[in-house]
Design a protein around this ligand. Structure first.
Ligand code: FES
Ligand SMILES: [Fe+2]
Length: 398
């Protein structure tokens, strides 16, 4: 429970966080400093992105034994390695000799061992030392003590998560309430057919909050409103470190594309409802999963600075779609690339607006209940409590 005598862990005004935690309908957004202050950003990197499960990749990026790739996580980076046994392992991307990165962030390689590019210390795919030149017979040097630092890793429906803290609740357990909702989409068997990387001049939370409401859709997304009624659907009121909901497709529309038509194959596990809706799910802190009747779009947010976020956007389809002669994922990509850019433009403007000395935390409309869920998760985290959506928003909203 959040105490009303607030002792704040993050460098923010406790009274402002208290206002963010008031019941839905009476609450305020987070204080502007949460989006602009480098000290808050550093706190978030340590506690949100290094402090629990963060999405770092897709399993299909490391299919074979020996596949290795490094990804940013929080204030550092992680080395993902597919072992000879097929298991995926994660190591802190820092050599035990003098700290050189084992691979540059964003790079990938395929090798039977992990070789540091600085003095060539070599580790097995399980992280143990295989060779450290000049140390072999050195008295007191115990090779077993100098293996790579291993971190918990989990593959969940094709997404790879790493727990930088090493102490988080098992991912499958914390996402148990979400599992059944996404299972019919069989994300683990889908294949990425397109990827766009965006660099948005906006805080990662502004991008997240924008994802959680369609209150802005009639104003900035004319294409989206053609295929999906902006007031349709509702948000889930389930507990867990995630926020999400669904929206309907208009009659005659098969998916989210400029003409509402699909050029792929519907996902085989979906029922009638699944074929008429789109699910929008945000797994805290950094992955947005948009589940369509015929494809799954994933936005992975990588915060670079208080006002800057890299967004990796992928579109994945069933193998049956990719096997169609002349299959082109462009129908999905074009629609969302237009919509993404409309969103990033709005988010970048919010970032500039919140940088004003006159910015004050605003109220939330009845259509922004998922924003409330997200904001209260963040506020609880700032207070040193577990980031966990209690799933009571629907009741609070009446
Ligand atoms: S820092 Fe890696 S071998 Fe020296
Ligand atoms: Fe939007």
């Amino acid at each position: 429970m959040v105490s009303q005598t607030l002792s704040v862990d993050a460098p923010l005004d406790p009274a402002a966080l208290s206002a963010s935690l008031r019941p839905f309908g009476d609450s305020r957004m987070l204080p502007p400093a949460a989006y602009t202050d480098p000290a808050v950003f550093a706190w978030e990197q340590r506690h949100f992105f290094d402090g629990g499960w963060t999405c770092v990749a897709r399993g299909e990026q490391l299919p074979e034994p020996g596949d290795q790739r490094a990804e940013t996580i929080g204030s550092g980076s992680v080395l993902l390695v597919r072992g000879e046994d097929g298991a995926l392992r994660a190591f802190a991307n820092t050599c035990r000799h003098r700290g050189h990165e084992l691979l540059p962030c964003g790079a990938a390689t395929q090798r039977k061992g992990i070789i540091c590019p600085y003095h060539s210390w070599t580790y097995s795919l399980s992280g143990g030392i295989l060779a450290a030149a000049g140390f072999k017979n050195r008295p007191g040097f115990d090779e077993a003590a100098w293996g790579l630092t291993e971190l918990p890793v989990a593959e969940w429906h094709g997404l790879v998560f790493v727990d930088g803290s090493g102490t988080a609740t098992p991912l499958e357990e914390s996402l148990a309430t979400l599992d059944g909702l996404v299972a019919p989409y069989e994300m683990g068997r889908l294949r990425v057919a397109a990827r766009h990387d965006y660099d948005a001049a906006a805080n990662w939370k502004i991008l997240s909050e924008n994802y959680h409401e369609c209150y802005h859709c009639p104003t900035i997304h004319p294409e989206l409103c053609e295929v999906s009624p902006p007031k349709s659907g509702a948000n889930y009121a389930l507990p867990g470190p995630w926020v999400g909901g669904w929206m309907d497709l208009r009659g005659g529309m098969a998916t989210m594309s400029l003409d509402g038509q699909s050029h792929g194959v519907p996902l085989r596990g979906l029922d009638e409802t699944g074929l008429r809706t789109v699910l929008y799910v945000h797994i805290f802190p950094n992955v947005l999963v948009s589940l369509h009747p015929d494809y799954v779009m994933v936005h992975r947010l990588v915060p670079l600075a208080p006002g800057r976020t890299r967004i990796e956007c992928t579109w994945a389809f069933a193998p049956e779609s990719l096997e169609q002669p002349g299959f082109d994922p462009g129908y999905a990509v074009e629609f969302w690339d237009i919509t993404n850019r409309q969103d990033w433009n709005a988010c970048e403007s919010v970032q500039r607006g919140l940088s004003s000395a006159h910015a004050r935390p605003g109220p939330l409309s009845a259509e922004e209940d998922a924003v409330y869920q997200f904001v209260t998760m963040v506020a609880r985290g700032y207070l040193g409590d577990r980031v966990w959506n209690p799933g009571r928003v629907a009741e609070a909203a009446g």
